[in-house]
Design a protein around this ligand. Structure first.
Ligand code: 5AD
Ligand code: SF4
Length: 478
């Protein structure tokens, strides 16, 4: 979406590796740069600034980063004014290493000082390469959740809303607490203000973001009680937040990711059921079905407990789609452990799952268990068996939707077949259907006619809401 032709403005390009939190940070980086007069380009050779927003949750992030940096070295040799910036989780964790390995990087900054990107670029232009990593200790609340920080949203109708940063859990495989720090909840009213601002701007769908969203507010309540405020509520604030965000005028869909099964309460399911705008979709990370592995991961639940919470969710929230994350090959995972994961996954009847091969993250507890690492061939075999179980239930659940009329939000032309339009249902499923032009971000009802493992096919019934856009209106023309 570069509109920069013919101006003298500097151009930037942001590449994102990683999760939604990172994508949202990239939108912030883009917003900050645009506020400072930069214009976006998608053409690497036209960029004056290239930002790599890195991730370190799973393996290969390092390889990918150093590969990309190697290739950018040649670009910088052609254009010495090009500024290369590395931000995100890997930068937070490995700042020194990045500067050692890649001297052509101009700025390295972490996850806690995203708001400094423009200043750092200016400083580096004057004084040479800069590394600036903050820890959460350096943050005050305004910096942790800079609501005034401009955001350059990727789409006009949907927005992410950070409700919490950091994570207080200590899952043995996970590097997130080390790089994103302790859990900090964003003030309640600040979140709702942001949702209202988005709604006034034509946003109809929001996704509440955090590492452990259903423990949202724990720290806020604790701080209030420590300060002697008896009004500090002890009940989970996340359920209230779902209701209040879902009631904001103009908001048609509320999503959230990710909750932690151990902290999930019936209040949250009730809020989902009773707030019509909250989508009937639960991302519920299982990680493993084996009680032994779950205990070693420090997940705080057993396979049975997970399934019973899931049953409660399905009972309380009608027509709920459920997705999950599962790791295969955690250190010490035996064939019997894995078979239990298969059993729990089959019983859970997931709509779909992100499945990962365990990857040791230096600095985490599980990465120390080198002697217990699983045989890669065995893991490969387990992984494909798990995929079969997931895909079987995914297909079955999709087939059960054939004949339904479902409301979708229009995402754009189908990536594979531009004669089709792609919409997303409340259950977070993609439906492809033939249609004339419909504005991206509009809502329509679609009759489901066919099911596949990863998507549905359908036919348009009617457009129910036409998008109102702030900026250029991307009209599909077929
Ligand atoms: N190896 C494999 N998968 C991991 N995840 C997090 N850390 C690791 C790791 N070291 C997965 C978990 C988590 C998801 C975001 O990434 O399943 O829920
Ligand atoms: Fe990582 Fe566990 Fe925190 Fe999720 S809950 S971010 S998996 S430590």
């Amino acid at each position: 979406m570069s509109e920069s032709a013919g101006t003298d403005a500097k151009r930037y390009l942001v590449r994102t590796f990683g999760c939604q939190m990172n994508e949202h940070d990239s939108e912030r980086i883009a917003g900050l740069l645009e506020d400072d007069g930069y214009e976006r380009t998608d053409d690497e050779s036209a960029a004056d600034v290239i930002v790599l927003n890195t991730c370190c949750i799973r393996e290969n992030a390092d390889n990918k980063l150093y590969g990309t940096l190697g290739h950018l070295k040649a670009r910088k040799a052609e254009n010495p004014d090009l500024q290369i910036v590395v931000g995100g989780c890997l930068a937070q964790k490995d700042a020194e290493l990045i500067q050692q390995k890649a001297g052509h990087v101009d700025v390295v900054f972490g996850t806690f000082n995203v708001h400094r990107v423009s200043e750092l670029l200016d400083e580096a232009r004057d004084t040479g390469p800069i590394t600036e990593i903050w820890t959460e200790a350096a943050l005050d609340e305004a910096e942790a959740f800079p609501s005034a920080m401009p955001v350059r949203r990727e789409v006009d109708h949907a927005a992410w809303v950070t409700i919490q940063i950091g994570c207080d859990n200590s899952c043995a495989f996970c590097i997130v607490p080390a790089v994103r720090g302790v859990e900090m909840s964003r003030p309640y009213d600040q979140i709702l203000d942001e949702v209202r601002t988005f709604a006034a701007d034509g946003v109809t769908e929001i996704t509440l973001l955090g590492q452990n969203v259903n423990s949202y507010g724990r720290d806020l309540q604790l701080a209030k009680r420590q300060a002697g405020d008896p009004s500090a509520r002890l009940r989970p604030l996340f359920a209230d937040l779902l209701r209040d965000a879902g009631a904001v005028e103009g908001i048609r869909r509320v999503r959230y990711t990710s909750p932690h099964p151990k902290d999930m309460t019936p209040e949250v399911f009730a809020a989902m059921a009773e707030t019509p705008t909250v989508c009937p979709h639960l991302h519920f990370p299982l990680q493993s079905g084996s009680d032994k592995v779950l205990a070693e991961m420090h997940r705080g639940y057993t396979g049975e407990r997970y399934l019973s919470k899931l049953a409660q969710a399905r009972e309380m929230v009608p027509d709920l789609a459920v997705t999950t994350d599962i790791i295969v090959g955690f250190p010490g995972e035996t064939e019997a452990d894995f078979e239990r994961t298969l059993e729990v996954a089959a019983a859970a009847e997931f709509d779909s799952a992100y499945t990962f091969v365990y990857s040791p993250r230096p600095g985490t507890e599980a990465a120390e268990r080198v002697d217990d690492f699983c045989d890669p061939e065995e893991v490969k075999d387990r992984y494909s068996r798990l995929r079969m179980v997931i895909e079987r239930s995914g297909r079955r659940r999709h087939e059960a939707r054939v004949g339904n009329v479902e409301e979708v939000v229009i995402e754009g032309p189908s990536k594979k077949d531009p004669t089709q339009i792609t919409g997303r249902t409340g259950q977070n499923k993609l439906i492809h259907f033939p249609s004339g032009p419909i504005k991206v971000g509009s809502y329509a009802t679609v009759r489901v006619t066919e099911a596949a493992t990863q998507y549905l096919k359908g036919e348009l019934v009617e457009v129910t809401h036409t998008a109102r856009h702030r900026t250029k209106i991307p009209v599909l023309s077929l």
